[in-house]
Design a protein around this ligand. Structure first.
Ligand SMILES: Nc1ncnc2c1ncn2[C@@H]1O[C@H](COP(=O)(O)OP(=O)(O)O)[C@@H](O)[C@H]1O
Ligand SMILES: [Mg+2]
Length: 156
């Protein structure tokens, strides 16, 4: 059985962390820029793992720490932001983190626990939902842009 099972463009079973890395690498260049991508799912479901694989696939060679305490990490060389809003006290703090400019630009913006940024944050352009399933993860892509979902090129 393949480690990456594509049940449809929206639902993927990833059996191992390596399969998850590989899938994220394939998706990296195809992810929408502008606005933000909401990464949802319980603690340990793979949101930071996904972000790390994407940012490194785009060409960042250094470390990709979890932004749990810094809230935001900026990767200028690949024009990407990675946020974890779990510890955000007040959504208005996003104003002071200069996130309005980031959202309005063509940056890639990956946000864990984006619901903590509501109502300051608009709707995401894409949700990547992670769930525990068997010993791996079930991942769903949720987008109102059906054309984008159908255009995805993933070998699996
Ligand atoms: N498809 C997968 N199958 C099994 N384990 C995975 C898979 N994807 C990621 N993992 C593991 O699960 C953990 C995810 O941690 P992390 O990405 O920090 O979670 P989160 O950011 O969602 O809290 C890591 O230890 C990673 O190796
Ligand atoms: Mg995380």
């Amino acid at each position: 059985m393949s480690l990456v099972t594509l049940t449809s463009p929206m639902n993927i079973y990833l059996a191992t962390p390596e399969a998850a890395t590989h899938w994220a690498q394939e998706l990296a260049e195809q992810l929408p820029r502008g606005g933000y991508i909401s990464l949802t799912g319980p603690l340990g479901s793979g949101k930071s793992h996904f972000s790390r694989a994407v940012i490194q696939a785009l060409g960042h060679t250094g470390h990709v720490p979890s932004p749990t305490y810094t809230l935001v990490e900026h990767y200028a060389s690949v024009n990407a932001f990675h946020l974890d809003l779990y510890r955000l006290g007040d959504p208005e703090e996003l104003e002071f983190l200069d996130m309005r400019e980031a959202l309005d630009s063509d940056s890639l913006c990956l946000i864990e626990w984006a619901e903590k940024g509501r109502p300051w944050l608009p709707d995401p352009v894409l949700e990547v939902r992670f769930d525990y399933a068997d010993t791996g993860r079930q991942v769903s892509l949720i987008s109102s842009d059906q054309t984008w979902l159908e255009s995805l090129s993933l070998k699996g």
